[in-house]
Design a binder for this molecule. Structure first.
Ligand code: C5P
Length: 219
């Protein structure tokens, strides 16, 4: 049942921004001892690279940076700003950039460090492109206003100066761009489990995920 190469447990999650996928992916990773990659952070990393290197931004630069990227680079607090999110969503439309990111994601998904039982990745094209053969596929979503409120609260706790209206507009624009772009658009596949977190607590959401996973894993 597990991945042929190393008997891995593989979990793929797609979701629009601020739907709670990251929180659930972290809970999954902890509970099942899986390597976790928040793939949005890689696009944010490149988005920030673009904002900081307008004149010298090139595929070579991206490739060089991604080739030596460390998980700790993705923990940079600067990646959490709204400007970086917008920049990420713009560069994420580019096929060449998606191909560069794809190679790194494949390594994380199918060759995670030995101490892990497998991997869990979340993003926009994880089920549709990156891990089509994942053992578990979840599409996590929530109403736009709920997501905007959650993201607004996160920004507030990070002391970012932004209004609720700006957050709402930014999420709406990103949803539009991420769902309608040519390469790796966000969409729900028939074979994925839909979870709407609008009225679900983190705990209740994770309970649903565990029910699906434990059944198949015979835990
Ligand atoms: O998930 P997060 O909001 O951090 O992602 C930032 C942006 O990166 C998204 O709006 C999307 O355009 C892009 N992204 C993507 N494919 C992924 C993950 C993120 O295109 N797998």
């Amino acid at each position: 049942m597990r991945n042929k190469k190393r008997n891995l447990i593989t979990v793929a999650i797609d979701s629009p921004a601020a739907a709670g996928a990251g929180t659930q992916a972290k809970l999954i990773s902890k509970h099942y001892n899986l390597f976790y990659l928040d793939t949005g952070k890689i696009y944010r990393y490149i988005g920030l690279l673009k904002l900081n290197n307008k004149k010298v931004f090139s595929y070579q630069l991206i490739e060089r940076k991604i080739n030596k990227i460390k998980i700790s680079d993705l923990k940079n607090k600067k990646l959490l700003s709204n400007d970086v999110a917008i920049s990420a969503s713009k560069i994420a439309k580019n096929k060449k950039i998606r191909d560069i990111v794809h190679r790194f994601q494949q390594l994380c998904a199918y060759s995670p460090p030995k101490k892990f039982n497998g991997s869990v990745l979340d993003g926009r094209d994880i089920i549709t492109v990156q891990m089509k053969d994942a053992m578990f596929k979840f599409y996590i979503t929530a109403n736009l206003s709920v997501r905007a409120k959650r993201r607004f609260d996160e920004y507030k706790s990070l002391k970012k100066k932004i209004t609720y209206k700006e957050v709402l507009k930014s999420l709406k624009n990103r949803d539009n761009s991420d769902k309608n772009r040519k390469y790796g658009p966000l969409k729900k596949t028939k074979d994925s489990v839909l979870i709407n977190t609008s009225k679900l607590s983190k705990k209740a959401c994770f309970k649903r995920i565990r029910a699906v996973m434990d059944k198949k894993l015979n835990y």
